[in-house]
Design a protein. Structure first.
Length: 250
């Protein structure tokens, strides 16, 4: 079995720069499915309100969770009690270059991988940073040739990073992290996704959350690019905006 934890925020400013609406708690929804060629389906198992500042990304770690906000990181225990925080998390040298937004994160080993975004998408340059998993201290960052940067997720056996050039698209960018973030051939998808916000990899599938009109969830086969719709995170009709996602084996 696996669990997919997603964030739905009514107060968050998303990677697309949408203004916040009325204050409301973020909802963390957990859904489960059996791994196979594992594209779904998902079913909602539980839902829990969490702090509204945990508005961008989520990643499970041993004995706890990492959350990201616009320019913040938090580590909590499994009961969601805060252990350590970094606010602001982005170093001044990088905010001076315009990088003022953290998207959906991933954790591999002792590092948090965090997409850093600057708002001028015409530049075709974004960045991904590493932070220490335990202390949340900034380690380093690399600039990447892409226009937008709502999420990054890492396939741990190959250390291949997956992200998207635009929030809407039918390709997923890939980078060889172990060899200086060398750009690899993109993964072509069987359908176009819209307003992508979060992602995580498990069992040969990249699970993707969106902030489209239905806050849709998708599973993408990493070998073929086949896309399967896996339902909605709910909270539609202006009640909430889909954000980050974590997929974890139970």
């Amino acid at each position: 079995m696996l669990a997919v934890a997603v964030l739905v925020a009514a107060t968050a400013c998303s990677s697309s720069g949408k203004p916040s609406v009325a204050p409301a708690p973020i909802s963390a929804t957990t859904t489960t499915t059996r791994p196979a060629a594992v594209l779904g389906p998902l079913r909602k198992a539980s839902e829990q309100a969490i702090s509204p500042v945990y508005a961008q990304g989520v990643a499970h770690i041993p004995n706890g969770w990492i959350f990201s906000g616009t320019n913040s990181l938090w580590r909590t225990d499994n009961a969601l009690k805060e252990v350590v925080s970094a606010n602001p998390a982005i170093p001044a040298a990088w905010t001076a270059r315009g990088f003022n937004h953290i998207g959906d994160i991933d954790v591999i080993g002792k590092y948090i991988y965090a997409p850093l975004e600057q708002p001028d998408y015409t530049k075709g340059q974004q960045a991904t940073a590493r932070f220490d998993r335990d202390t949340l201290r900034f380690v380093d960052a690399v600039t990447l040739p892409q226009h937008e940067n709502s999420f990054v997720t890492i396939e741990p056996t190959t250390m291949t990073a997956y992200t998207m050039d635009h929030f809407d698209g039918n390709t997923i960018l890939r980078y060889d992290v172990a060899h200086g973030w060398k750009r690899l051939a993109p993964l072509r998808l069987s359908t176009t996704l819209h307003h992508t916000q979060g992602a995580d990899i498990l069992n040969g599938v990249i699970w993707i959350s969106t902030s489209d009109a239905r806050n849709d969830l998708y599973g993408v086969d990493l070998s073929t690019g086949k896309v399967r719709s896996n339902g909605s995170m709910g909270h539609t009709g202006g009640q909430g905006e889909g954000e980050g996602l974590d997929a974890t084996a139970l």
